[in-house]
Ligand binder design. Structure first.
Ligand SMILES: [Fe+2]
Ligand SMILES: [Fe+2]
Length: 257
């Protein structure tokens, strides 16, 4: 397993200016209103760890949306559908920057080591280009993105700090498009999925849903003071409902689970 520190940078100059023009709302947020000194001492380190972890999750999602994009191109999916998904890579990079900036504003990122070769899940061996596009659309969008939308929305609503509410609300706005994409993809792909591929996809869906269900039972931050996350019980309640209503039900309706 390769291990590398999770550290990011901006090139600056004309490249950064073009990035700012493409996402003008990111730099305009009231970043100066975040202040580590205003946080209870005991909350600083957990908040730095949380926002560094969030930046990493968004970084991993950027890699997953890029891998899905490549698979959609190789599968010769409809050009307008592929172009729609192409925009999501930039969205995720904007989310990386948003989360990294929160960490920076509260005293800096926490140390984090990761495996750059394991950002994208391994796929079922032997699939065609179309099969790979289906598996990635299923894993990344029908499960991952569809699951996280309701959590992002609930987390944004729960924030008392205006900047945290703006950052998470800004991310959730993009995630609404991402959460719908898997279903849009299968509206097109469904009639092209043969029985062996459907059986493989159903196995993938079962395993992915089980993985999320286990993470819900394990997961969530401790109850008590928070800085951008939901208390454990609230998180688990929203997460269980999101998994049932936004992932399992639509997968079953499409005979993918
Ligand atoms: Fe994101
Ligand atoms: Fe997303």
């Amino acid at each position: 397993m390769a291990r590398a520190p999770f550290e990011l940078s901006l090139l600056g100059g004309a490249t950064e200016r073009a990035w700012r023009r493409a996402r003008p709302d990111v730099a305009k947020l009231a970043w100066h209103t975040l202040d580590a000194d205003a946080l209870p001492r005991a909350l600083v380190a957990p908040a730095q760890r949380f926002w560094t972890g969030m930046a990493f999750q968004e970084h991993r999602t950027a890699a997953c949306t890029a891998a899905t994009l490549q698979a959609l191109i190789a599968a010769r999916a409809p050009v307008d559908l592929v172009a729609h998904a192409a925009g999501f890579v930039g969205d995720e990079l904007a989310h990386v920057e948003l989360c990294a900036r929160v960490a920076q504003a509260i005293g800096g990122a926490a140390p984090l080591v990761h495996d750059p070769d394991a950002l994208v899940p391994a796929l079922t061996p032997g699939l065609s280009a179309f099969g790979r596009a289906c598996e990635l659309a299923l894993r990344i969008y029908c499960v991952g993105e569809a699951f996280s939308l309701a959590l992002q929305q609930a987390t944004a609503r729960a924030q008392r700090h205006p900047l945290l509410s703006a950052v998470i609300g800004r991310i959730a706005r993009d995630e609404a498009k991402h959460a719908a994409f898997g279903w849009l993809f299968f509206d097109w792909a469904d009639e092209l999925v043969d029985e062996p591929l459907r059986a493989a996809l159903r196995r993938v869906a079962t395993e992915a849903v089980e993985g999320v269900a286990q993470s819900i039972e394990r997961g969530g931050a401790d109850d008590g003071a928070t800085f951008g996350w939901l208390p454990r019980r609230r998180w688990q309640t929203v997460a269980r409902r999101a998994l049932d209503d936004d992932v399992v039900a639509p997968l079953r309706a499409r005979d993918l689970l």
